[in-house]
Design a protein around this ligand. Structure first.
Ligand SMILES: CC(C)(COP(=O)(O)OP(=O)(O)OC[C@H]1O[C@@H](n2cnc3c(N)ncnc32)[C@H](O)[C@@H]1OP(=O)(O)O)[C@@H](O)C(=O)NCCC(=O)NCCS
Length: 217
C-alpha cells in the first residue's frame, strides 16, 4: 500500500500532488508551525517544489509509504501533513497550519492513519516530541500512544540541545516491545515516571522524576 486515500468525519487524507506545492508552501513557511520541525521554514516556492519532490514524490515511488496531505472535506485543499515512516522507527509525524489548531484535526487524522498501518501489518509506530512542545504529546496520547522514555539530542539541522519524549504504540499485540535506539544512542536518557503509567520491562527507572504534566497545562 502506498498512501491510500482515507476519509474521516471531517477530513480527506490523500497524497500530495504537484498541484499542491503552493499549499505545501503555506504549511511549511510558517515560522511558528516550524519551531519544532526538523527542517528550516521554507522561503520560496522553489524550495516547496524540492520539498515535494524529495519528501513526497520520492516516497510515492516506493512500494509502501504513508505520507499524507490533511485536507478538509469541503475543499480537499492541504492544510497539514501526517506521515508514518517506513524506516525501522516507523516514526509518526505531523504538522498543521496554525489557523486550524485546537480542533482535534490531527488527532482525527492520526487515528485513521494508525488504523490503516495496523491493517497493513506494521508492528508498531513511534513518535518523539520536544518537551517544550507538549501539545504534540497531547496528540500522541489522544491516538493511544504511550510514553516510554526521554532523551537528549543535539538536534539537527537546527543544532540545538533538545530533550525529547518518546512515545510508542504496538500494533501487533506485543505490548512489551520498546524501540530503544534513541535511549541506546543518547548519553542522557531517563524515564519521567509521572508520565508513565506502567514501566516497560527493560526500561530503567531512576533519573529525573518531575511533575511535568500539571506545569504544562
Ligand atoms: C501539534 C499540532 C500538530 C497539534 O494539532 P491539533 O490539530 O491542534 O491537535 P489536536 O487538537 O488533535 O490535539 C491536541 C490536543 O491534545 C490534548 N492534550 C493532551 N495533553 C496535552 C498537553 N499536555 N498540552 C496540550 N494539549 C494536550 C488537548 O486536548 C489538545 O487540544 P487543545 O490544544 O485544543 O486543547 C499543531 O499544534 C502543530 O502543527 N504544531 C506545529 C508542528 C508540530 O509541533 N508538529 C509536531 C512535531 S513533534
Amino acid at each position: 500500500m502506498n498512501t491510500p486515500t482515507l476519509i474521516t468525519e471531517r477530513l480527506i487524507l490523500r497524497k500530495f500532488t504537484e498541484n499542491d506545492v503552493g499549499a505545501l508552501y503555506q504549511i511549511l513557511s510558517d515560522e511558528e508551525v516550524n519551531t519544532f520541525l526538523p527542517w528550516f521554514p521554507l522561503k520560496s516556492m522553489e524550495q516547496a517544489r524540492s520539498f515535494y519532490e524529495e519528501r513526497y514524490a520520492a516516497k510515492y515511488a516506493q512500494p509502501q509509504a504513508y505520507a499524507y496531505a490533511i485536507c478538509l472535506q469541503k475543499d480537499n485543499e492541504p492544510i497539514g501533513y501526517i506521515n508514518v515512516d517506513m524506516e525501522v522507527h516507523h516514526d509518526f509525524g505531523y504538522g498543521l497550519r496554525k489557523e486550524f489548531w485546537h480542533q482535534g484535526i490531527v488527532t482525527e487524522a492520526g487515528k485513521a492513519l494508525i488504523a490503516q498501518v495496523k491493517q497493513d501489518g506494521l508492528p508498531y509506530i513511534t513518535a518523539t516530541h520536544d518537551r517544550n512542545n507538549p501539545r504534540s504529546g497531547g496528540v500522541m496520547r489522544n491516538v493511544g500512544m504511550h510514553y516510554q522514555y526521554s532523551y537528549e539530542e543535539q538536534w539537527q539541522p537546527k543544532n540545538k540541545l533538545v530533550t525529547f519524549r518518546m512515545y510508542q504504540l504496538n500494533l501487533d499485540g506485543n505490548e512489551e516491545r520498546v524501540y530503544k535506539k534513541y535511549w541506546d544512542t543518547s548519553a542522557v536518557h531517563f524515564v519521567e515516571t509521572d508520565l508513565k503509567s506502567t514501566l516497560s520491562p527493560g526500561m530503567k527507572t531512576g533519573g529525573q522524576q518531575r511533575r511535568i504534566w500539571e506545569n504544562e497545562r
